[in-house]
Design a binder for this molecule. Structure first.
Ligand SMILES: [Zn+2]
Length: 252
């Protein structure tokens, strides 16, 4: 089916295209693992991916207007199951969630289960989950979301289609910052301080935009003024001394 998508998400172009194609081609994997540091847009992508799976319209998916879109947005859509937003991932919660998922009927064509913060799962929870990943309920796709996969058991990881979220490029960040009323230098400072993570930039700006702008201007002044020149000179001097002390032949 040729669907058209409208996801207001910046960066991650290949990843978004891949997800949209899997919906169009009806080739959803059994389990996805969305991972990458906080603030990159993983939850936003899950939201638009989930809504687009269930949307009733062909164009501008998710349309935001059909009944499926409205119910998915309210988290009350019958075929959508979520865990980890307001609950912890205790083994009891995991088991209850998976039991509900396996016992429920599909009211439409497929069920979607999303587990947020999967990196906080303990070994017992991971074992319970593993059984479901090995034998997924029919017509069910599971999305696991993690800031880091360092502590996730390899047995869980190996069952997932991995989708790594990377920091946005400077150009993507610039495009995203077009949505905010900031001067060019302020935008550049946001880019420098947020390391390609819009979520981090948003937190900095939302706290207090005016104060944030003042801090930006202070940093701009500091970096462009003689202070920075002096700091750099001092560091170079120290490095020179360190090298000299460690290697007396350096001066010869
Ligand atoms: Zn819709």
């Amino acid at each position: 089916m040729s669907y058209q998508y409208k996801w207001p998400i910046y960066g991650h172009k290949n990843l978004l295209k891949f997800l949209q194609e899997t919906i169009s081609q009806d080739k959803l994997a059994n389990t996805y693992l969305f991972y990458g540091p906080r603030g990159l847009g993983k939850k936003l992508t899950v939201k638009y991916f989930a809504q687009s799976i269930f949307c009733e319209h062909q164009e501008n998916r998710p349309c935001g207007e059909c009944q499926s879109c409205r119910m998915t947005a309210k988290n009350s859509f019958l075929d959508l199951y979520t865990l980890g937003k307001d609950q912890d991932l205790s083994v009891e919660n995991i088991r209850e969630f998976l039991h509900k998922l396996s016992m429920s009927h599909v009211s439409g064509e497929k069920k979607l289960a999303i587990i947020y913060g999967i990196d906080s799962i303990n070994l017992y929870g991971a074992n319970a989950l593993l059984k479901t990943l090995e034998e997924p309920p029919r017509n069910t796709t599971i999305i696991l979301v993690a800031d880091s996969i360092v502590n996730l058991p390899a047995t869980v990881i190996s069952r997932c289609q991995m989708l790594k979220f990377r920091p946005l490029t400077s150009d993507d960040m610039k495009e995203w910052l077009e949505n905010f009323d900031l001067a060019a230098k302020e935008k550049q400072t946001v880019i420098n301080l947020s390391f390609g993570r819009p979520g981090i930039a948003l937190t900095m700006m939302e706290d207090d935009l005016e104060n944030f702008k003042k801090s930006c201007n202070f940093i701009i002044k500091l970096l462009s003024g003689s202070t920075f020149y002096f700091m750099q000179k001092s560091i170079n001097g120290l490095l020179f001394l360190k090298k000299k002390i460690l290697d007396p032949s350096f001066m010869n």
